[in-house]
Each structure stands twice: as C-alpha cells, then as structure tokens.
Ligand binder design. Structure first.
Ligand SMILES: [Zn+2]
Ligand SMILES: [Zn+2]
Length: 195
C-alpha cells in the first residue's frame, strides 16, 4: 500500500510545509543520487529513513507530519523529513502506484471522524461555537482548495485530497492548526449552497 498522502505532495506543497531552502537542497540531493538516507516502508505504511548524521525519520500514516517524526533537534518539519518524502516519491514513481494529476476536490467532504483524530472533542466544540457565531470566509475550490477566514485574518490551503493533516495556514500553530475545522465546515455550507 503506497502512501498516497506523501505521493500527492508537490514541491510547492513541501515548500509550504517547510521552506524553499530545505526543499531546494533536498531536491538537489535526490537528483544527484546522493539522497543520503535509505528510505523504506513497512507493511503498516510507516515510511522510515536513517540518515548518515544519525537522524531517524518515521512518518506514520496515522500521525501528523511534524518535527516529532524526526529525531533531530529541529523544531519544525526538517530537511530529513523533506528528503525522506522526496526519496520515497522517487522510489515509488517507478512503480504504478504513482497518483494521477490532481483534480479539484471538496474539503467539506472530510468527515467529523477525521477531525476527531487531530482535535479533542473540547477543542472542536469551542471551534464550533466560534463558527456558529458567524464568520466571513472566502473559499477557493481546486486541487489545492483554500479558505480565507476574514473574521480572524488567517488563510489556509489544503494540500492533500481528503487529508486535514496536510494544510498550510499563515498562523503560528503547527499543521494542522485549529483553523482547519473552521474551513472544512465552511466548505460544507458552500456545498449545500448556503454560502
Ligand atoms: Zn530532522
Ligand atoms: Zn491556522
């Protein structure tokens, strides 16, 4: 079972999750064949890599992508994780598991069960209150749908279809931040024509 979430991430998505310098460097290394890490995937879909500098990455299909997925000292998504994802994509693109071109999708289709994996019931209840109190939200459909939450001056993008973990918001929280459920609910209203 290939990790469709990791395969769906484009270089621009990876820049959104880390930064341009990290992605450019990792791309150069992969292209030069000097990836530096052996990337493997186990039967449960964990993608793992061990780096020459001692760092070890483990990207679980059931956890969010964060600095906690790598053993190095970085406090954000680091070059090891980006290198691991690029290395995984390079390995997998040789097989027929590679995904097709991205199509437009609706974040409103992400079910509440998926939200409860990443936010507590209490957090969601507070956010729901905030949402129901009324918000001005501007939504963009597409392969990378986006929401601009005018009321609280934040905007975010969804990077991987159906997966709230891979989001890029301009707030300071690690992805997925608390603005993601707000955006998902707004997309649901749009789907019902209640915008
Ligand atoms: Zn690292
Ligand atoms: Zn946010």
């Amino acid at each position: 079972m290939a990790r469709q979430d990791l395969l769906a991430l484009t270089p621009d998505d990876l820049i959104a999750l880390s930064n341009r310098g990290i992605v450019k460097r990792a791309q150069r290394e992969v292209e030069a064949g000097e990836a530096g890490a052996e990337v493997s995937e186990d039967a449960d879909g964990n993608v793992m890599a061990r780096w020459p500098d001692g760092a070890a990455c483990r990207i679980s299909p059931r956890e969010k992508l964060s600095d906690g997925c790598c053993t190095c000292a970085a406090t954000a998504v680091c070059r090891h994780l980006i290198g691991t994802i690029l290395g995984y994509q390079a390995q997998t693109s040789k097989s027929k598991d590679a995904p097709t071109a991205a199509e437009s999708w609706d974040p409103g289709a992400i079910p509440d069960e998926a939200l409860s994996s990443w936010w507590t019931a209490k957090q969601l209840a507070l956010l729901r209150q905030q949402f129901d109190a009324g918000m001005v939200v501007e939504l963009h459909r597409g392969a990378r749908p986006g929401a601009r939450l005018h009321s609280i001056a934040h905007s975010l993008r969804f990077l991987v279809p159906g997966d709230p973990r891979y989001t890029r918001c301009d707030c300071a929280e690690q992805a997925p931040c608390k603005h993601v459920p707000l955006a998902i609910w707004a997309f649901r209203l749009l789907a019902k024509g209640r915008d």
